[in-house]
Design a protein around this ligand. Structure first.
Ligand code: CA
Length: 443
C-alpha cells in the first residue's frame, strides 16, 4: 500500500493475465483493461446528473449505482465521496482509500465474480455518456519541464542563449487559468488578442498563430497547509492521478504580451483535458528513472533530489499528437500522427514540480491541476507543439491530404493520446483529449 511517500506496489491488480467478465475489457486494443480502472465523471441522457464512473473496456461502471446495490463492500466509509458529482472529495482522501477502491472494483469486475450479472446493471456504454471535467479545478499551474522544448523554442527567440540559466536549477512555471479548463470534446474557439504587426503597429485580431501543446497533467490528491512544504519523497502522497492536457496557445499574442511577466491571454482562452484520470496505482508498473541528457545526471538543487526519486521518479508514457484538418475529415481521412514524444524524457518530473510548487509554503489543494508543459522528445519530429514542429512556421507540416500546416486553421481537430507499455504487463491508456478549432467570434 502506498504510505509515507513510497510508490504504489505492483500487485495482483497489475497481473497481465487477469481477465474481466466485461468482454470488451479483454480486447487486445482496449486502453481500459481491468488493470487500468481510471476514474472520471459522466452524465447520461437519462438526466441522472453528474456521477463518478470507472472506465472498463467500452463501458463505464457507475459507482453510485454499485454502492446502491451493495456491490462495493467495505467502501461505505467513503460513500459520500463516491456519490459526489466530482472527484474532489475522493482526491482529498488519499492513497490508502484509492488503493482500497481499486482493489474492490478490480474484484468486482474480475472474471468469475459471483455478482457479475447484477453488476452489469451498473454499466453504461461509453458511447452513451457525456464526460465532464473530473474535478472542480481550483488552480491550474503549467510548467515548462522539457529541456528539448525549452531549447528549441528558445532558439527561435534567443539563438545566442536558447536555454536560460535557471532551467537546470528549478522547474519553471506560470499560474494558468482554471476557469477556462474544459473537457475533451468541446471546441477551442480561436481567440482574439493584441498582436504586433509587421510595421510595429498593434491590432486586436483573431490569432494567426494558434498552436496546441501536448502535455501530461496531474490532479492533486490531499493538499498541504499554507506554510507547509512537500519534501520530494512525500510528493507521491499528494498526487491522485494523471490526465492528458492540451494547453492551446496563441503564439503571436504570446510573443507580444509575455515580456516581462510571462503567458497571460495567449494561454487562458481554453485548456482541454482528457476526461479519465489514471491513478498512480495503475501507473505503478510504468515508473522509471528520470532520463537526463548525458553529463546532466543529477538536479542541481538538493531539495529536488532523492535516492528513491532517482530510481523511479519518472512515469513512462508513449504520447501521440494527431491532426485532422476539416478537409481530411470531409475526405474520410483519419487524424494523422504528427509527433510521438515520451513522457520519460521530461527533465523535471511531476513529483519535482509539486515539491518545487510548495517549496515556498504555497498550499496545493485537492483537485488542483498541475501540468508538465509541452512534452517534446530529443528529435524535432517528436515535438509536442507546432511552434517546434514547423520551426516557428518556417517549415510547414505536409499532411496526407496534400495540405500544409504552419499553425492551426479553423476546422482542424487535434487529438492527444497516451499509452503505457511494458513487457509482461497489460498496456493501459489515457483515452483521448480531442478538440476542434472553431472560428473566432464575429466582432
Ligand atoms: Ca504549456
Amino acid at each position: 500500500m502506498s504510505r509515507g511517500g513510497t510508490m504504489p506496489e505492483i500487485d495482483h491488480t497489475h497481473d497481465a493475465a487477469a481477465p474481466s467478465w466485461v468482454a470488451s475489457a479483454n480486447d487486445a486494443g482496449t486502453e481500459f483493461p481491468i488493470q487500468n480502472l481510471p476514474l472520471g465523471v459522466f452524465e447520461t441522457e437519462r438526466g441522472t446528473g453528474a456521477r463518478i464512473g470507472v472506465a472498463i473496456g467500452d463501458q463505464v461502471l457507475d459507482l453510485a449505482a454499485a454502492l446502491d446495490r451493495g456491490l462495493l463492500p467495505g467502501l461505505q466509509g467513503m460513500a459520500p465521496a463516491l456519490r459526489a458529482d466530482s472527484l474532489n472529495a475522493l482526491m482529498a482522501r488519499g492513497a490508502a482509500d484509492r488503493h482500497r477502491l481499486r482493489h474492490t472494483v478490480f474484484g468486482l469486475l474480475e472474471a468469475g465474480h459471483s455478482r457479475s450479472a447484477e453488476t452489469s446493471g451498473c454499466l453504461v456504454p461509453m458511447a452513451l455518456v457525456r464526460m465532464q471535467l473530473p474535478a472542480r479545478i481550483g488552480d491550474f499551474t503549467d510548467f515548462f519541464t522539457s529541456i528539448h522544448h525549452a531549447r528549441r523554442t528558445g532558439e527561435l527567440s534567443r539563438p545566442d542563449m536558447p536555454l536560460l540559466p535557471n532551467f537546470r536549477h528549478l522547474p519553471i512555471a506560470y499560474h494558468g487559468r482554471a476557469s477556462s479548463v474544459v473537457v475533451s470534446g468541446g471546441p477551442c474557439m480561436r481567440p482574439r488578442g493584441q498582436a504586433l504587426g509587421m510595421s510595429g503597429d498593434t491590432r486586436y485580431v483573431p490569432t494567426q498563430k494558434l498552436d496546441f501543446e501536448l502535455e501530461v497533467g496531474c490532479y492533486v490528491g490531499p493538499g498541504n497547509a499554507l506554510g507547509e512544504t512537500i519534501p520530494l519523497d512525500q510528493a507521491e502522497d499528494h498526487v491522485f492521478g494523471l490526465s492528458l492536457v492540451n494547453d492551446w496557445s496563441a503564439r503571436d499574442i504570446q510573443r507580444w504580451e509575455a515580456q516581462p511577466l510571462g503567458p497571460f491571454l495567449a494561454k487562458s482562452f481554453t485548456t482541454s483535458v482528457s476526461p479519465w484520470v489514471v491513478t498512480l496505482e495503475a501507473l505503478a508498473p510504468f515508473r522509471t528513472a528520470p532520463r537526463r541528457p548525458p553529463g546532466d545526471d543529477a538536479p542541481l538543487s538538493a531539495t529536488l533530489t532523492s535516492t528513491s526519486h532517482a530510481r523511479h521518479g519518472a512515469i513512462e508514457i508513449a504520447l501521440q499528437a494527431l491532426l485532422q484538418t476539416g478537409q481530411m475529415s470531409r475526405d474520410g481521412l483519419a487524424p494523422t500522427p504528427i509527433a510521438q514524444p515520451r513522457f520519460g524524457d521530461q527533465y523535471w518530473t511531476l513529483f519535482q514540480m509539486l515539491t518545487h510548487h510548495a517549496s515556498n509554503g504555497c498550499n496545493l489543494r485537492s483537485g488542483d491541476l498541475i501540468s508538465s508543459g509541452t512534452v517534446s522528445g530529443p528529435e524535432r519530429a517528436d515535438s509536442g507543439c507546432l511552434l517546434e514542429l514547423t520551426a516557428g512556421g518556417r517549415e510547414p507540416l505536409r499532411l496526407p491530404s496534400g495540405e500544409e500546416r504552419r499553425f492551426l486553421e479553423d476546422g482542424d481537430t487535434v487529438v492527444l493520446r497516451g499509452v503505457c507499455r511494458r513487457d509482461g504487463f497489460r498496456t493501459i491508456g489515457f483515452g483521448e483529449c480531442r478538440a476542434q478549432v472553431a472560428p473566432a467570434n464575429q466582432e
